[in-house]
Design a protein around this ligand. Structure first.
Ligand code: AMP
Ligand code: DBH
Length: 551
């Protein structure tokens, strides 16, 4: 294995997955050319006025790959990719696959805090950023972060105004020269499919976001099974509105699932209803994916929107809890079927079938995509519960890695000695084998599908001089599901406002979506018998089930 922090599957499991034809031993960059050979002139990507055919996409990715190699990037290296939903995101990702350089899928709202700490953890050799995005200067951010990182990473910029010291990605990806010869050279140097293809981020539960390594083999299987479960074909026109670096729009089945079937991917950087409905009408979109908060906005805005949405067949909804009531309203409002998705960057993905009954599509989160997915529901004692009862879901399988990247101590908590991933989700499994998510035991806040580790926020807030003790808990919210609420006990004679907290965390370079949106000062926090803040009691204060805290 090329990367030290990567936790491979045990040899016997790996053998089983190869024998079962889950792992086919072909790197994702080679698949890109399979797609290009099969669908050369068909449109692969649409981004505003830019339309890229399959052959052009592959040739561009190869051109970029070879020129990145010329800049010193090589098989086994890692780069941070922070791009909005744009066609260049796909070219950069495929170029990385081609070389064996693993992109870490950062999100556009990430700032110094996330980029610097994750960049250091993975020893990033380059940062790929937009020039400016939504009025923010990412190029300057990347240079600031690069200076703090040990390996003097390159700053690669997708934009019109690349400043000295940065590398112009658009210039590097021009598909000029001898495409066939270049393809041959890159084929010869192709990475091993057992190696890491990309890194995804997880909200995790403690400290910094966890970095999840996904191999070529396992991610290809993830894509193949997801595309099959959602009946993706060459006629699929998939609209990407969630941030493309998330596992969900990237590969569940999303962008890569659509490309693997010869369909067309339409990229849009905002889930705003007017922009989405216009794109559906213009491109004849058949499929898109949303988190419940976004699906709610679409459902409310669709009637009378004045757009022709009749091409739409399926909307995938997942990432956080979807109520059966909302699930039942989405289809009629948008004129399509709902497919629920319960997935995780750590692996396991479940879908309701495209033609599921309303009962299943509205009331469950679907079934796993692989016959080799293992699901175990356990009680607080760690023992399996009886069939149909609720407990924590543990999972193992051919696309669920056996550990996070480079954090053995965390892995001892998040994985059992037998390699089961503890999802932290409370589920029950119906007699038909559908998963129903009932809650969670992990300590995070799910804000419209973006996971925020309570511990990450608490660590930073605890460093403020006013703060004696802090707990971050989810405050229920009708719009985004949950928002970050801080409970704080102050040092004697000190005062603190939400604005103070916000300024301090922004000053540390924390992504804006993680900044607390509510602050409750208490004379003392309730505690559990072992002396930790009692979050159950604190949540009770917020949802009204308990009104008083006795310290
Ligand atoms: P992550 O580990 O950051 O990729 O986030 C995955 C987590 O998102 C899951 O473990 C669940 O907690 C949550 N999640 C994803 N899909 C759903 C869903 N359909 N319903 C409820 N929670 C979900
Ligand atoms: O929330 C998620 O992380 C998620 C949701 C749906 C996911 O990773 C996925 C599908 O693959």
């Amino acid at each position: 294995m090329k990367r030290e922090g990567f936790v491979p599957w045990p040899a016997d499991a790996a053998r089983r997955y190869v024998e079962a034809d889950c792992w086919r031993g072909r790197p994702l960059g080679a698949l890109m050319w399979d797609w290009a050979d099969a669908w050369a002139d068909r449109t692969a990507l649409v981004d505003g006025d830019v339309r890229l055919g399959y052959a052009e996409l592959a040739a561009s990715a190869d051109a970029l790959a070879e020129r990145l190699a010329g800049q010193g990037l090589a098989d086994g290296d890692t780069v941070l990719v922070q791009l909005p939903n744009c066609w260049e995101f796909v070219v950069v990702t495929l170029a990385c696959f081609r070389l064996g350089v693993a992109p870490v899928m950062m999100l556009p709202p990430h700032r110094e805090y996330e980029l610097a700490s994750i960049g250091a953890h993975v020893r990033a050799k380059a940062l790929v950023v937009p020039g400016t995005w939504r009025g923010y200067d990412h190029q300057a951010l990347a240079h600031r972060v690069a200076e703090r990182l040990p390996d003097e990473p390159l700053v690669l910029v997708v934009g019109d105004d690349v400043r000295p010291g940065g590398v112009d990605v658009r210039a590097l990806l021009r598909p000029d020269g001898d495409t066939a010869a270049r393809r041959g050279r890159l084929d010869k140097a192709a990475p091993d499919a057992m190696e890491v293809a990309l890194f995804l981020l997880s909200g995790g539960t403690t400290g910094l976001p966890k970095v999840i390594s996904r191999t070529h083999n396992d991610y290809e299987y993830n894509i193949r099974q997801s595309a099959a479960a959602c009946a993706v074909t060459a006629e699929t026109v998939y609209l990407t509105v969630l941030p493309a670096g998330h596992n969900y729009p990237l590969a569940s089945p999303g962008i890569l699932g659509t490309l693997s079937a010869g369909g067309r991917v339409v990229l849009l950087s905002s889930p705003r209803p007017d922009a989405v409905f216009a794109a559906i009408e213009r491109e004849g979109v058949t499929t898109t994916s949303a988190v419940p908060a976004v699906a709610l906005k679409w459902t409310e805005a669709a009637p009378g929107c004045g757009r022709d949405l009749s091409s739409l067949r399926h909307v995938h909804v997942g990432g956080s809890v979807l109520s059966p009531e909302l699930a039942a309203r989405i289809g009629p409002a948008l004129g399509c079927r709902v497919q629920q998705v319960y997935g995780m960057a750590e692996g396991l993905i479940c879908y309701t079938a495209p033609d599921a009954t309303d009962e299943v599509a509205h009331g469950t989160q679907g079934a796993p995509v692989s016959a080799y997915d293992e699901l175990l529901v356990v009680g607080p004692d760690g023992r399996p519960v009886r069939p149909g009862e609720t407990g924590e879901l543990l999972t193992r399988g051919p696309y669920t890695p056996r550990g996070y990247y480079g954090v053995p101590d965390q892995n001892a908590l998040s994985f059992t000695p037998d390699g089961w991933y503890r999802t932290g989700d409370l589920v029950r499994i119906t007699a038909q084998g559908h998963v129903v998510v009932c809650g969670r035991v992990k300590d995070l806040i799910n804000r419209g599908g973006e996971k925020i580790a309570a511990g990450e926020i608490e660590t930073l807030v605890q460093e403020m001089p006013e703060v004696a003790e802090v707990a971050a808990v989810p405050a229920p919210d009708p719009e985004v599901g949950e928002r970050v609420c801080l409970f704080v006990r102050l040092h004697e004679g000190r005062a603190l406002t939400l604005e103070d907290v916000s300024a301090a965390l922004s000053g540390r370079g924390l992504a804006a979506f993680k900044i607390p949106e509510r602050l409750e000062i208490l004379p003392d926090l309730p505690h559990t018998p072992v002396g930790k803040p009692d979050k159950k009691a604190l949540r009770g204060l917020l949802d009204g089930t308990r009104v008083e805290v006795t310290p």
